[in-house]
Design a protein. Structure first.
Length: 99
């Protein structure tokens, strides 16, 4: 069901935080409903400030980890891996551009 998926999605976020030494932000992300990797990849520096991440160093580490996640996921961010689209959204955008 969708509840199982939500838990597994946050499990991925939790794992990602752990790998990057950012586990202390897990509860903040859960409260702010940043409960899947797609939401994480959309976060901006200002979002991190809004969530209470005050220090520049903490935000830089977090943003650096997000950039690495985008590269691993093949999300277009400048030069991504050719031919890899994380979902159908890329093709929908391409279709819109052609219209």
């Amino acid at each position: 069901g969708s509840c199982d998926r939500c838990e597994s999605d946050f499990g991925k976020v939790d794992h990602w935080l752990s790998v990057h030494g950012l586990s202390k932000y897990a509860s903040v992300l859960r409260v702010q409903e940043c409960d899947n990797l797609e939401v994480l990849m959309s976060l901006q520096d200002s979002d991190l400030k809004d969530m209470g991440m005050i220090t520049v160093g903490a935000r830089r580490k977090f943003m650096s980890a997000i950039e690495a996640l985008k590269k691993e996921s093949g999300v277009p961010n400048g030069a991504g891996p050719a031919g890899r689209e994380p979902c159908t959204r890329g093709t929908a955008l391409d279709a819109q551009a052609l219209q």
